[in-house]
Design a protein around this ligand. Structure first.
Ligand code: SAM
Length: 236
């Protein structure tokens, strides 16, 4: 198989990419087709479909191979499941599938949103999402029945506001995207709902964001920790 395109996304590092794209509808991607694809012919009719399946290669994991049993984050990382009972990125054939929203074809690129893909991920195929065929009302989803609902409050240190302004000028969606990524708590599942002292980094567009998860320090009823962004560096 040969890739048909690469997708540009705001995520230049795997850590903190949402685990399923439709959980973060704000994250946008641009699909850039390779020269052997006759785009005008091959995309004819696609604008009638609001949602698309994207099949792609987990290209950043190819060197690591796969294991038959993996630890799904949804199970807190402490219980193993067969790889085919999970959406693990380490698979015998490193193929992923994501449901995205079709934002339209413009300037030779197909614009989509709801991406959970690393920047420059190779795309193998695009297919229309067909509700009559792709929705199954009686479906059961084992350990992943419920949509994850974590939503932590995200605060910013005063010192980061200038950089936030600069990045928001470069990327109109920078601030809402950063907040959406952080409020889902990208840390490993066993740390969810707990404060810790570690300073975490995440890469979003051309920035390196430093953040911590702090214990709830006010008297509100919520026991949930909150996130503090302590530093943002622009990467040249
Ligand atoms: N929706 C897809 C699926 O179900 O096949 C992907 C789900 S997978 C759990 C999502 C994770 O894949 C992201 O959080 C990110 O860490 C990882 N990822 C995304 N693009 C990747 C790539 N090109 N290579 C390796 N890992 C990638």
């Amino acid at each position: 198989m040969q890739a048909i395109a690469n997708i540009q996304t705001p995520f230049s590092q795997k850590f903190a990419i949402p685990r399923q794209g439709n959980g973060l509808s704000i994250a946008k991607g641009k699909i850039k087709f390779l020269p052997h694809i006759d785009v005008m012919q091959a995309l004819d009719g696609i604008d009638a479909f609001s949602h698309l399946w994207i099949l792609f290669v987990f290209h950043d994991n190819l060197a690591q191979g796969y294991k038959s049993k993996v630890r799904p984050p949804r199970l807190g990382g402490n219980k193993k499941m067969g790889v085919f009972a999970t959406r693990s990125t380490f698979r015998p054939n490193a193929i992923g599938m994501s449901l995205v929203k079709n934002l339209g074809f413009e300037d030779k690129e197909l614009h989509v949103s709801g991406v959970d893909l690393l920047n420059n991920t190779p795309i193998l195929d695009i297919k229309p999402y067909l509700p009559y065929a792709d929705i199954e009302n009686t479906a059961q989803a084992g350990y992943a029945e419920e949509k994850p609902t974590t939503s932590l409050k995200v605060n910013f240190a005063d010192s980061v506001y200038d950089t936030l302004d600069r990045l928001s000028t470069q990327h109109a969606d920078y601030l809402p995207l950063l907040v959406s990524v952080l409020e889902q708590d990208p840390r490993p599942a066993y740390k969810q709902q707990q404060a810790d002292n570690k300073v975490y980094h995440l890469a979003l567009y051309n920035s390196d964001v430093h953040w911590q998860v702090l214990a709830n320090q006010n008297n509100s009823n919520s026991q949930a920790p909150s996130i503090l962004v302590t530093n943002i560096k622009i990467i040249k």
